[in-house]
Design a protein. Structure first.
Length: 145
């Protein structure tokens, strides 16, 4: 029980419910999806871009655990104004951090789910929003396998 209490804190649960702020909008022009191989969690993400190619609108539909939903909310709250390169760099930094090879990436709010680093089964769910955004923003060849 101690592990669950450490992982599913009130802050994490509040973030998970915060996805309601980013309702799915099928009219958003860029859409991507991602699925975690480790747990089966999925996310669909729609994005709009401004004239400079930076994210200006986000809509999400998630079928994920509380950690995956919290991570998606963390993504959405800080993604406005970011470019495709910003998203790619953040996803790569998160992957390195989850592998235990780097510091917590500089993305606002990630500290709320930092305990999930110790739970490898949650790593795929943590990256879902960044991967779905990458799939909608970047050429197919740029996505890691």
């Amino acid at each position: 029980m101690a592990g669950a209490a450490t992982l599913y804190t009130p802050d994490v649960l509040a973030l998970a419910t915060g996805l309601a702020e980013f309702a799915w909008d099928p009219a958003l022009p860029l859409q991507g999806e991602a699925r975690s191989k480790s747990c089966g969690s999925t996310i669909a993400l729609g994005l709009g871009l401004d004239a400079a190619g930076r994210i200006d609108r986000i809509g999400l539909r998630s079928q994920a655990c509380a950690i995956g939903q919290a991570a998606a909310a963390i993504f959405a709250r800080a993604a406005i104004g970011r470019s495709a390169d910003d998203i790619r760099a953040a996803d790569e930094a998160i992957a390195v951090w989850l592998a235990g090879e780097g510091d917590l990436p500089d993305w606002p709010g990630l500290d709320a789910i930092s305990a999930a680093r110790d739970y490898p089964a949650r790593h795929g769910a943590i990256r879902l929003a960044w991967q779905a955004a990458r799939s909608s923003l970047l050429p197919t060849g740029d996505m890691p396998r």
